[in-house]
Design a protein around this ligand. Structure first.
Ligand code: ZN
Length: 361
């Protein structure tokens, strides 16, 4: 994506004189190229460079190359049918070798006929959103009636490709894994379960004791257990949001009234550590500009992620009787969640690109 930052500078004689000379020399180069019937940059360079250098020693060689390129582009644009002409104050080109922007400091450094000068620029509020973009080139012109210089900066940012925009990461939790990602990344939960088991054992012992010091110790330990879990969840959430995907799909854990929930759903609902992880993923993803989609968890563990038919779960393995697919059951569910997220994203891109994400059915 490309944008132009338009800046206005107060009159500066060095810059105005540079614009005048640049345009005068550019006209000379245009005449030579037109006479030789060529807009090839190499040919025009050979025909003009040394003459121009000798005649105008105050023009830096990088500026001469810049104006030669502009002249060639102008000749190419009219296909050599007529001789283009530059006006006294028309826009001159700057490239990476003839100017340097220091936009965050509010300064640009520009080549002139008296060497480089630094000019303070005032960037209007609206253009500040582009300060992190890469500055590709610039043009400078002089508006004589109002005695102001105009500096236009072309900035560019990397547009994500369509494929990347559609990349969705599904996240699920399982019995042996605190989190399973659809790109085959597992976060095993045995360490978590060990530590939690230890705390639970201690809790039972202290509760049975029931003394005042036991209760105090109990409170202390419970805080420590929470911090242990929060720390692990922060670390896992960070690793998840840094995976190379633009959208993260999570299961929506919401109790439905009058409906019987599945065993698996209830286990996740009762697992506060898992809900906390979802929460951390959501706010870390937001900070990175990634999207979170909450999808309907129905059948995510019973559907075959390859053919979409219902399959059977046997222990830790998912088996599909229709296509013979076998996979770790949690990974299969994570891939189904990713697919639901993708379907949701696809619908949004078609209908309303910037609508907030809705609940998927
Ligand atoms: Zn299948």
């Amino acid at each position: 994506m490309q944008r132009t930052i338009k800046l206005s500078l107060p009159r500066n004689d060095f810059l105005v004189k540079t614009i005048e000379l640049y345009n005068r020399v550019c006209n000379e180069v245009l005449r030579v190229g037109f006479g030789a019937r060529t807009y090839n940059k190499n040919k025009v360079h050979r025909l003009t460079y040394y003459g121009v250098r000798q005649k105008y020693p105050m023009l830096q060689s990088s500026m001469i190359q810049c104006l030669r390129d502009q002249a060639c582009d102008m000749l190419k644009h009219v296909k050599l049918k007529s001789l283009p002409k530059k006006k006294r104050y028309s826009a001159i080109r700057y490239n990476q070798r003839t100017f340097k922007p220091y936009l965050k400091r509010g300064i640009v450094s520009l080549c002139t006929i008296h060497g480089r000068i630094k000019v303070a620029v005032n960037i209007p509020e609206y253009f500040r959103q582009y300060l992190n973009w890469k500055v590709k080139s610039a043009t400078l012109s002089f508006d004589a009636p109002i005695q102001k210089l105009r500096l236009h900066l072309t900035v560019k940012n990397e547009t994500p490709s369509k494929l990347e925009r559609l990349s969705v990461l599904g996240v699920d939790s399982g019995i042996l894994n605190h989190a399973v990602l659809s790109n085959n990344v597992f976060f095993a939960s045995n360490h978590i379960r060990n530590v939690k088991g230890r705390y639970q054992h201690l809790r039972q012992k202290l509760q049975a004791k029931g003394t005042r010091s036991a209760k105090r110790l109990l409170r202390k330990r419970s805080g420590r257990e929470k911090r242990f879990m929060a720390n692990i969840n922060h670390r896992i959430a960070k690793l998840i949001v840094n995976q190379p995907f633009n959208m993260i799909a999570l299961e929506k854990l919401r109790v439905k009234k009058g409906k019987k929930n599945g065993k698996r759903f209830n286990r996740k609902l009762g697992n506060w550590a898992w809900r906390q992880l979802q929460c951390y993923i959501e706010y870390k993803a937001e900070a990175l500009g990634k999207t979170i989609a909450y999808v309907n968890p129905a059948y995510t563990s019973k559907t075959c992620s390859r053919c979409g038919q219902r399959g059977i779960r046997k222990g830790l393995i998912f088996k599909c009787p229709h296509c013979g697919f076998e996979l770790n059951a949690d990974l299969n569910a994570a891939r189904n969640i990713a697919q639901k997220g993708k379907a949701l994203l696809g619908r949004l891109l078609v209908n309303e690109p910037y609508a907030p994400l809705q609940y998927a059915s």
